[in-house]
Ligand binder design. Structure first.
Ligand code: P5A
Length: 442
């Protein structure tokens, strides 16, 4: 991508409305724009990062055996009247009427709709287990949308729904998602700690929130320090092996970890003084097992091996991609801007042409741009007429992992500089060696 052809509206001033660093950096780097309170446009730079986050989520969901579909954002009120949540949900639900005056709503979650999909097709236990997910916009009319896309009214959610014949199957399904979530967040460079959680309006008796420790987090959390370095399950873990997944679950739940709503002061005090972590955190995921709450109310039944009808046991599993992006920034930035982990960087490298218009600089930059593009490194080429200082600041701000600096003095010797955004380490190499270094590292 040539920056002169891209759309990346960088802000020079710090936006006054941004209270936390991720919100400030997302606005300054032109990743998002607020359209109205808690409702955002994802601009091209932000969209690239969001797509990377979604791709990792999708890969890990698919690996665990979940199957993707896409449900609509608008739902009919009838489904929610069946489950009894239409009146219970309260003011967070955005209620709408269509031209026939039929009550509709912008979905805050999809338990009812997926139960309706399920009951209209699945009649036998032979079709179980089943886990269906989608990545779709939700709307919750939060009283206090804040911190940009961290707590917005319209936001993206990956929501998965599992269906099993009995509790045992449902617990296996829960452990599948538990394990998939550990892997998902770890691939984004995050350590998300599963904590016993309240089930709120979703319901049920088993629930974990996945929390990233961050000073700017909205939740108060208490946990054992072992969570900071437990090993993450490997890619080849067998998601059909209930025993292996049970072990993962037991290991991660053997230590104290709770949000303030579930906090038990005396249990926490039993943890050795030096092992206690009391901190703030960001909830990036939340999983629930709620048994037959929706299947009973909505008649989602299958015939079991005993020939009788059974209401299916269900769970639901959420991740917030539009919250994850700022959460990653909270965890990875410095005073000059964002530092993207490689796996979700919007570009693989940025080529900084210090003197656009200079024949030698242009030629070297173009050849590097061509080579990196060909190697699928997805480079951004800063070919604008900005001053070199502005270009350096932009490259640091947008946080692309590798910068290739093409300046008149080094180019005269056939050389360029590679700067690592994270460590700040610089290395001068011939153009060819620089291309090799970047394409091989990738
Ligand atoms: C689980 C999936 C549910 O809604 N039903 C379907 C269950 N869970 S949840 O905890 O309420 O939300 C799941 C995840 O969505 C993100 N999220 C938000 N992100 C941005 N702004 C918001 N206002 C917001 N609300 C929820 C969180 O990541 C949460 O864990």
């Amino acid at each position: 991508m040539r920056l002169s052809r891209f759309f990346m509206p960088i802000l020079k001033e710090n936006p006054k409305e941004a209270e936390i660093v991720s919100h400030r950096l997302m606005l300054r780097s032109g990743m998002v724009r607020q359209q109205s309170a808690g409702i955002y446009t994802w601009l091209p730079l932000g969209k690239r990062v969001l797509d990377k986050v979604n791709a990792i989520i999708r890969e890990e969901q698919n690996r665990s055996g979940a199957v993707e579909l896409l449900m609509p954002t608008l739902q009919s009120a009838e489904l929610w009247q069946e489950s009894g949540r239409y009146d219970a949900y309260g003011k967070e639900m955005l209620r709408i009427k269509d031209r026939q005056d039929r009550p509709m709503l912008y979905g805050p979650t999809n338990e009812e709709m997926i139960t309706d999909v399920f009951r209209s097709f699945i009649k036998s236990y032979r079709n179980l287990p089943l886990n269906l997910y989608h990545i779709q916009l939700k709307f919750r009319d939060e009283i206090r949308p804040r911190f940009g896309t961290m707590r917005s009214r319209e936001f993206l959610m990956k929501d998965a729904y599992s269906f099993d014949l009995d509790r045992e199957g449902a617990v296996h399904a829960y452990n599948r998602m538990f394990t998939a979530y550990l892997r998902t967040f770890s691939r984004m460079g995050l350590r998300a700690i599963p904590m016993r959680a309240d089930t709120g309006p979703i319901g049920g008796d088993l629930s974990h929130e996945f929390i990233i420790l961050a000073d700017t987090g909205e939740s108060e959390v208490f946990c054992h320090k072992d969570f900071l370095d437990f090993p993450i399950p490997a890619e080849d873990i067998d998601f059909n092996d209930a025993g292996a997944l049970r072990e993962v679950f037991d290991k991660w739940t053997s230590r104290y970890a709770a949000t303030s709503e579930m906090h038990d002061e005396s249990a926490f005090e039993a943890v050795a003084d030096t092992d206690r972590v009391a901190a703030r955190g960001i909830e990036v995921g939340h999983i629930f097992y709620f048994g037959t709450k929706y299947s009973e109310a909505m008649g989602a039944k299958v015939q079991g091996p005993d020939g009788k009808e059974h209401a299916v046991h269900m769970g639901s599993y959420g991740i917030g991609p539009t919250r994850l992006v700022p959460a990653i920034i909270e965890a990875s930035h410095d005073e000059n801007g964002i530092i993207w982990p490689d796996a979700i960087a919007p570009f693989g490298a940025v080529i900084v042409n210090m003197k656009s218009g200079d024949a030698a600089c242009d030629e070297a930059s173009e050849s590097i741009y061509r080579a990196l593009s060909k190697a699928d490194l997805d480079p951004l080429y800063d070919d604008t007429d900005d001053r070199a200082g502005t270009k350096f600041a932009t490259a640091d701000l947008i946080g692309v992992p590798k910068q290739v600096v093409v300046g008149p003095r080094s180019v005269a010797n056939g050389e360029v500089e590679i700067k690592d955004r994270k460590t700040g380490a610089r290395e001068t190499l011939t153009i060819e060696a620089a291309i090799n270094r970047l394409t091989q590292a990738g």
